[in-house]
Design a protein around this ligand. Sequence first.
Ligand SMILES: Nc1ncnc2c1ncn2[C@@H]1O[C@H](COP(=O)(O)OP(=O)(O)OP(=O)(O)O)[C@@H](O)[C@H]1O
Length: 259
Amino acid sequence: MLELRDLAFGYGTRQVGGGVSLILRPGEVLALLGPNGAGKTTLFKTMLGLLAPLGGEVFLDTAPLETLDRKERARCIAYVPQAHAALFPFTVRDVVLMGRAAQVAPFSAPGRTDREVASAALERLGMAHLSDRPYTEISGGERQMTLIARALAQQPKVLVMDEPAASLDYGNQMRVLGHVRRLASEGMAVVLSTHNPDHVFMVADRVAMLHEGRLAGLGAPADVLTVERVKQLYNIEVVMGVLPGGSSKVCSPRLGPGD
Ligand SMILES: Nc1ncnc2c1ncn2[C@@H]1O[C@H](COP(=O)(O)OP(=O)(O)OP(=O)(O)O)[C@@H](O)[C@H]1O
């Protein structure tokens, strides 16, 4: 569904990373883990076509990304960026409705189906009560949930989420991860970045670890997300295990007296 072949990425002459090859399949959740500045956002922007690759290729449903126009891309792949400051006082409903842009004919207004899909996305995320509120007057976490609803309204095959849980409270973090699993079980392919190994264990089928712009590991979390890898990526000692009654591994820092 989404394939990266020996992808190199960066900004103009500044290469951030390279040699990234992977295939994302329908119904799969892939987590991208890596320290600040490792190149996760730059890689995402390149796989979305917002930045031109510095080498290699991106394929969407076997078509080279550069052969698809913006509407064709938007019908296939949706992006939830990192939480950002709001500029215009659109209502939450209208922000979510913008996710329908690729389905609306040129010079036409969104139709009833578009409004129903947008409302359903808000409903699904438990955000319906905020529909009429200005996007500039809701909290950072509520803005993040609105952006997720906007991406769902796009009804993409591939969903790319840049640290979707970063500004959410504990309950919403777990709810968003639950939604991610449900979307995958309906056939959507999801790639999300996170700094939290527990979230990887909870939600991901595979994890790709990015270290200084290169893949430092790719595979099932239980196999490749090890104590040693976390030490390599984040320079921190951790312990991992399954808690009594738990179903997935958890990761906990091992802090010394001087930390
Ligand atoms: N617009 C830009 N122009 C040039 N370099 C940039 C630009 N944006 C980011 N960078 C650099 O590219 C590198 C990778 O940044 P990127 O935002 O992709 O990292 P990240 O893994 O997403 O980090 P974080 O976890 O902090 O969000 C960093 O060294 C950063 O300083």
